[in-house]
Write a protein that binds this ligand. Structure first.
Ligand SMILES: NC(=O)c1ccc[n+]([C@@H]2O[C@H](COP(=O)([O-])OP(=O)(O)OC[C@H]3O[C@@H](n4cnc5c(N)ncnc54)[C@H](OP(=O)(O)O)[C@@H]3O)[C@@H](O)[C@H]2O)c1
Length: 322
């Protein structure tokens, strides 16, 4: 089988022929049709991820076929017994186990779910990791309610676009931040009330003015950006963080304690979160936004595209058929 292999830190991905995979007990070999990229793949390529090992076939997201039936893959394995947090043995497909950037991937059979009917193959590949993270952040952690003002930061991101779509479907008033005015406009065409450019120093004031204050934040940027977003929260607000794209969170503590603000962390989600996410996405006919589809032999261009933050939504890889 053809596989896209990363051999070391900061190296380009190389395409290689690998032996066909053999099914293991309780595991299934999926013939991958489309895979999708996540920021995680960039962190691993940059060597900034726990438990690095090389060579590795990256890729947490994918859809494909098993005995002629189309499936999507839950990328998290061994969540464990507690809904509130994952077990110590929890791991994500694409490190340490070989992932979906290949013609075949071996996954636990319990991680396979039927492809949602309303999605194209590309959209189905784009959904699992970002959809799961967005669902848990938006509903399990932020507990977004109809009519609430919800700030989604860095709207071009794969998780952020899905979180926006989910919050909108739940009847929330969504505001966004982005480094790109075009992306803010795109978010508004999709139903967001408004947005601010985080490159503009006065964005928190502008956001407070346009929203009247924020009830909930769903954030993957961290850094100073999250600290400033927290200053826009109404008393009793909740900020949920799922990522650290811009580094350590810088918060003025008074903004937290005086405003009775709750800051929560979240990662991926349990198997029941995944099932709930699929039900929600199916009910509201949410289609992940596809920023671009690259053939597997253009994978290094796909990495460069994601790195440039030119994307709005998910970057998908088309895997050649066997
Ligand atoms: N804990 C988890 O389970 C989990 C799951 C998925 C992702 N993550 C993490 O969450 C982050 C986002 O992941 P992703 O795959 O959605 O990433 P992505 O598609 O690569 O998007 C990253 C986005 O970050 C935004 N950004 C950059 N600088 C920013 C700033 N100063 N303020 C606000 N936003 C900024 C950009 O938004 P604009 O283009 O709009 O400027 C960019 O598009 C990554 O750090 C990833 O590792 C964690």
């Amino acid at each position: 089988m053809l596989a896209a292999v990363l051999h070391g830190m900061n190296q380009e991905i190389s395409l290689e022929e690998r032996p066909s995979l053999i099914p293991a007990p309780d595991h299934t070999v999926v013939s991958v049709q489309f895979a999708a990229m996540n920021h995680r793949d960039l962190w691993i390529q940059k060597g900034q991820y726990a438990g690095l090992k090389y060579p590795i076939i990256l890729g947490s997201d994918g859809m494909g076929t098993v005995e002629g039936k189309q499936v999507i893959i839950l990328p998290g394995m061994d969540w464990g017994d507690h809904e509130a947090y994952q077990s110590r043995t929890y791991r994500i497909l694409g490190l340490p186990d070989d992932g979906t950037f290949a013609e075949e991937v071996l996954v636990p059979t319990e991680n396979l779910f039927p492809k949602p009917d309303h999605l194209s193959d590309e959209e189905a590949a784009a959904l699992p990791l970002a959809g799961l993270t967005a669902y848990r952040a938006t509903f399990v952690k932020a507990q977004v309610q109809p009519g609430e003002s919800v700030l989604i930061t860095g709207i071009g991101g794969g998780v952020a676009t899905l979180a926006m779509q989910m919050a909108l479907a739940a009847g929330a008033n969504v505001y966004v931040t982005s480094g790109s005015s075009e992306k803010i406009e795109q978010a508004m065409r999709m139903g967001a009330q408004g947005g601010v450019n985080y490159q503009d120093e006065s964005w928190p004031q502008a956001l407070k003015k346009m929203s009247g204050g924020i009830h909930k934040i769903v954030d993957g940027a961290a850094g100073r950006s999250l600290g400033l977003a927290i200053e826009c929260l109404l008393p009793g607000g909740i900020a949920v963080n799922y990522g650290g794209t811009t580094g350590p969170i810088e918060i003025i503590p008074q903004r937290l304690f005086w405003n009775q603000v709750t800051l929560k962390g979240t990662t991926m989600g349990s198997k029941s979160d995944f099932a709930a996410m699929l039900a929600f996405v199916g009910k509201h006919k949410i289609h992940p936004v596809i920023a671009g589809v690259f053939p597997l032999d253009k994978i290094n261009e796909a990495f460069a595209f994601l790195k440039s933050t030119a994307q709005f939504g998910k970057v998908v890889l088309a895997i050649p058929s066997l």
